[in-house]
Design a protein around this ligand. Structure first.
Ligand SMILES: [Zn+2]
Ligand SMILES: [Zn+2]
Length: 186
């Protein structure tokens, strides 16, 4: 039965064990993403795949805290600045993201003193209001500059924390230049 289903819906089963995939990792542009599926047990494999793509990505990015352990389905998408207008972000939200991205200059990673390429915001678990995203919260929360590797260390535990068996959740590998990670309930 499983192999039959696998043939029918090749993308809906975990790429490691073939069980139903409730987690997904989107790789590539939003127009033509490759979607890789994983079961809850193999979420760890997915986070490791995400890790490789995150660390290899060179553009500067803003990273707000993931919140994947909630009682509802959660995504942790990446929004490239180049697509924010198309994704219905307001002009003032896009301005705030650009303003934060302009602060990189010669900033060094707080952990290893390499050139920083990510800012991590600890105090913004979620920026979703009834009106959509609200980037204003970024203005009042201080960010910490890191290299990608040390930025990943800040979010790794939270990315692994989804324990609710009935919630689908997803990660998006960075693409399309500079942008921002914002946890988004489905
Ligand atoms: Zn699996
Ligand atoms: Zn570092």
């Amino acid at each position: 039965m499983l192999s039959f289903l696998k043939k029918l819906f090749p993308s809906l089963v975990c790429e490691v064990c073939g069980k139903r995939g409730v987690e997904y990792l989107s790789v590539g542009s939003s127009k033509k993403p490759q979607v890789r599926h994983f079961c809850r047990v193999h979420r760890q494999n997915m986070v490791e795949e995400f890790h490789k793509l995150f660390v290899a990505y060179s553009p500067n990015i803003l990273v707000t805290s993931p919140h994947q352990e909630g009682s509802y389905a959660q995504l942790y998408p990446f929004y490239p600045v180049s697509e924010m207008k198309m994704m219905n972000f307001s002009n003032s939200d896009i301005e705030i993201v650009n303003e934060k991205l302009s602060l990189f200059g010669v900033k060094k990673c707080a952990a290893c003193k390499e050139q920083a390429s990510a800012v991590y915001f600890t105090t913004v678990p979620e920026m979703y209001t009834w009106n959509g995203m609200d980037m204003k919260q970024l203005q009042t929360s201080g960010g910490h500059f890191y290299c990608k590797q040390h930025c990943f260390k800040q979010i790794e535990g939270k990315l692994l924390a989804n324990k609710n068996l009935f919630n689908d959740s997803g990660l998006v590998a960075p693409y399309g230049g500079s942008g921002i990670y914002v946890n988004t309930p489905l």
